[in-house]
Design a protein around this ligand. Structure first.
Ligand code: ZN
Ligand code: ZN
Ligand code: FE
Length: 751
């Protein structure tokens, strides 16, 4: 007989881990105990040594579906007098490190709600230890029902029995409920009058949507606006009322089968669509089948998600495609407070389908796309947060607060080697997003019982997040560490994959503050642990007028044109100039005398080319012009145009000249876009190979928001075959990853 104490960390709480451990022990005839503790789960086992070893093996190989073991420590210990295996409750244990993410209903729960004989038939809040809400309903820890928004729903006798049944899958399922004791739906009119409740509310809402109405629907993490994606009128009025002229809208498909009639779905994409996180997956449209044109104008792809809450299954018919977009005004964070929602949805939604389970922490829908079989996160939120990311070098590090960046804002904290990122919050130029940052930071401190001892901020002097970090540090008397933006982008990928070797980090993004005071964003960086050196970059071009030139890319495009043709532009460009918004002549006259900030941004290069091709003059949503430029090229094959490069600079001027020459020849914009992509891919590859050779590097990291462009990312990955190419898959490709990179760098700076 031997006895061991086993300590497990990872995703081991809120997923039915303890019942699983208990069953396994009983099967093997092992006695002992299991309990949650502050950082994971502690198991005491005793039995025949071979059985104990088998127990540990099977613990790892038969883990419940949504579980993840990050570390497992096993130490021999004293034999105790025990005659059974028991689950010990975690009363009084403060600060569970790991709170699960919200999960779509599992197969067993889906069967329950679709079975007319089952007492949960059509009950929209059905869940078990394998599925259901988590992060969005937890007020504080440890994770027990009385610390969630389910505390106002005392369980009925039947539910309590399930909750107490050690062998059932609802054993200690904190949100367990049924129609007799749990939350319930209400359908309200636009003015707030209650029209009906329960299943009838869902039935009527369904009819209204089918009849072309716009219905606000309270989801798991916030309110959505819903309308039929096949009815152009409905979609158009949704856009009008929401003030969202162009940004593609996500679509919920009633079933995988109906989705397959409208978009191409690979095996990997299907896996993501069906994963418990149920993210929005960006998928290539099937050209012959069309939904309402206003759903995704200018796009060859469509964002699709499948039902992610039990009640969606009662609401959306399996053959339906419904627009499902966040109900907040553009720029605001996700709308989740019932009172605020009732106010703001007036004039937008004709009906509100709401429920009385309070959302404690809001989350947006997550967004992901597959490139070269890698899942690339564009937004990390529902279903992914607050799951931790294992960052090995953080093991002995104190808790740090990493503030991230201002766009796609997301901060991070660590408990030892576990990095816990916040959900996507939005862009900091909006007051309400700023407020959300403060609220969520406080919430993370409380939920995870973390007290940061250091603050890490982006080196940008004007970032709101950096200023917040400094205020926080001052209040708590903590040191502040500054990190360069693109260095953090690369470091986030090093963190995810625990890469200790030197890498070439290729980071293309909008703009970030460079070490020389210019705005970087087309960078080839030598990175090793906390060391960074700029090896090469895109050539500099100014931003005439600063911020306004970012919003209105025609301004930089005009600068290129005037540089290339000082003595007068070719006819196509003269025509292009005439079509520009008012004020271009004045800008043209003033430009030679203006003080302009220089930028090597890859994002700006895409914008400039899109603008020259006449796709638009200003962004109607974030990265709008660059995105539509990419979409044009999705079905074209490009060829390599002329572009100059030397040891350290990829010359954008020569590439823009090549694009203009194509315009002069009368080439189609789709073809020019494809050629532009192909050229840039080829030369990024050439520059990367040159850099790698110079420093004997075999690892390459691709990161930054511009690599959300699937043609660029896929193309560069192929161009660099033979190297070990790494991309972010657990953190977003865009600035949502900055906090993770900051944490990695913080861990080294602390040594
Ligand atoms: Zn379930
Ligand atoms: Zn009940
Ligand atoms: Fe960035």
């Amino acid at each position: 007989m031997k006895a061991y104490t086993i300590h497990v960390t990872g995703i081991v709480q809120g997923i039915g881990f303890r019942p699983f451990v208990s069953k396994l022990a009983h099967e093997l005839g092992i006695v002992g105990t299991v309990r949650n503790d502050t950082s994971g789960v502690e198991i005491h086992i005793q039995g025949v040594d071979a059985d104990c070893q088998l127990f540990v093996e099977r613990l790892q190989s038969e883990l419940p579906i949504h579980g993840r073991i990050d570390t497992l420590q096993m130490e021999p210990t004293e034999l105790q007098t025990l005659d059974d295996f028991t689950i010990i409750l975690s009363h009084g244990v403060k600060g569970h490190a790991f709170i699960g993410a919200d999960m779509a209903p599992c197969e067993a729960c889906l069967q329950d709600i679709q079975d007319p004989e089952n007492r949960r038939f059509h009950y929209g809040f059905t869940n078990c230890t394998n599925c259901g809400p988590r992060y969005t309903i937890i007020e504080s820890t440890p994770y027990d029902r009385d610390k969630t928004s389910m505390k106002v729903f005392p369980m009925c006798e039947n539910c309590q029995k399930e909750y107490d049944d050690l062998n059932g899958r609802r054993y200690h399922a904190e949100p367990n409920a049924c129609e007799h004791c749990g939350p319930m739906f209400t359908l309200k009119g636009a003015d707030g009058t209650v029209l009906t409740t329960g299943l009838d509310a869902i039935e009527q809402a369904k009819e209204h949507i089918q009849n072309g109405s716009i219905v606000a629907l309270k989801g798991v993490g916030g309110y959505h606006l819903v309308c039929d994606a096949l009815q152009e009128n409905a979609v158009q009025s949704l856009r009008q009322r929401k003030g969202r002229p162009r940004k593609p809208l996500a679509v919920m498909a009633g079933s995988l089968e109906i989705a397959k009639q409208y978009v191409h779905i690979s095996e990997k994409e299907e896996e993501l669509l069906l994963s418990p996180a149920r993210p929005i997956v960006l998928l290539q449209k099937i050209t012959e089948r069309t939904i309402a044109p206003s759903v995704a104008p200018g796009m060859a792809t469509l964002g699709i998600l499948l039902p992610y809450a039990p009640y969606h299954y009662s609401l959306i018919p399996s053959e339906a495609l419904w627009v499902m977009t966040s109900a907040n005004r553009s720029g605001d964070p996700v709308l989740y407070d019932d009172v605020q929602a009732a106010e703001e949805l007036q004039g937008i939604a004709e009906y509100i389908l709401t429920h009385n389970r309070e959302i404690i922490s809001p989350v947006d829908d997550s967004v992901v796309q597959v490139v070269q079989n890698e899942p690339i996160l564009i937004r990390r939120s529902r279903g992914y947060v607050p799951l931790s990311i294992l960052v090995v070098p953080l093991e002995k590090s104190p808790t740090m607060l990493a503030m991230g960046a201002d766009m796609k804002a997301s901060f991070g904290m660590n408990r030892g080697s576990h990095a816990i990122l916040s959900p996507y919050m939005g862009d900091m130029e909006h007051q309400r997003v700023q407020d959300l940052l403060w609220i969520t930071t406080k919430r993370y401190e409380d939920l995870f019982q973390l007290q940061p001892t250091q603050v890490i901020v982006d080196a940008h002097p004007n970032y709101y997040t950096s200023q917040c970090g400094r205020i926080y540090a001052e209040k708590h008397q903590l040191p502040v560490i500054e990190v360069q933006h693109h260095h953090a982008h690369v470091a986030a990928v090093l963190a995810e994959h625990n890469i200790q070797d030197p890498v070439l980090g290729i980071c293309f993004d909008g703009t970030g503050y460079g070490t020389d005071g210019t705005l970087w964003g087309g960078e080839f960086l030598y990175c090793h642990k906390e060391y960074m050196e700029r090896m090469a970059h895109l050539s500099y071009a100014p931003l005439p007028g600063g911020e306004i030139a970012v919003r209105e890319p025609w301004r930089q495009a005009l600068w290129y044109v005037n540089q290339l043709y000082p003595a007068g532009a070719p006819t196509v460009l003269e025509q292009w100039k005439e079509s520009l918004p008012k004020g271009w002549q004045l800008l043209e006259k003033m430009m030679p005398h203006m003080q302009m900030i220089q930028s090597s941004s890859g994002g700006r290069l895409f914008d400039t080319v899109a603008s020259l091709l006449g796709l638009g003059y200003e962004h109607l949503y974030d990265a709008h012009l660059a995105i539509e430029l990419e979409q044009l090229a999705l079905s074209e094959k490009g060829s390599i145009l002329d572009m100059k490069m030397d040891e350290t600079v990829l010359d954008t001027m020569s590439l823009v000249r090549s694009v203009i020459e194509q315009l002069e020849c009368g080439e189609s914009v789709a073809k020019i876009s494809a050629n532009f992509h192909r050229t840039l891919i080829y030369y990024i590859g050439q520059m990367a190979k040159q850099c790698c050779e110079k420093r004997q590097i075999s690892h390459i990291v691709l990161c930054g928001g511009v690599f959300q462009n699937r043609i660029l990312l896929g193309g560069v990955m192929q161009e660099l075959q033979g190297y070990k190419v790494h991309v972010p898959t657990q953190s977003p490709m865009n600035d949502g990853a900055i906090a993770l990179g900051q944490l990695w760098l913080g861990s080294y700076i602390n040594r």
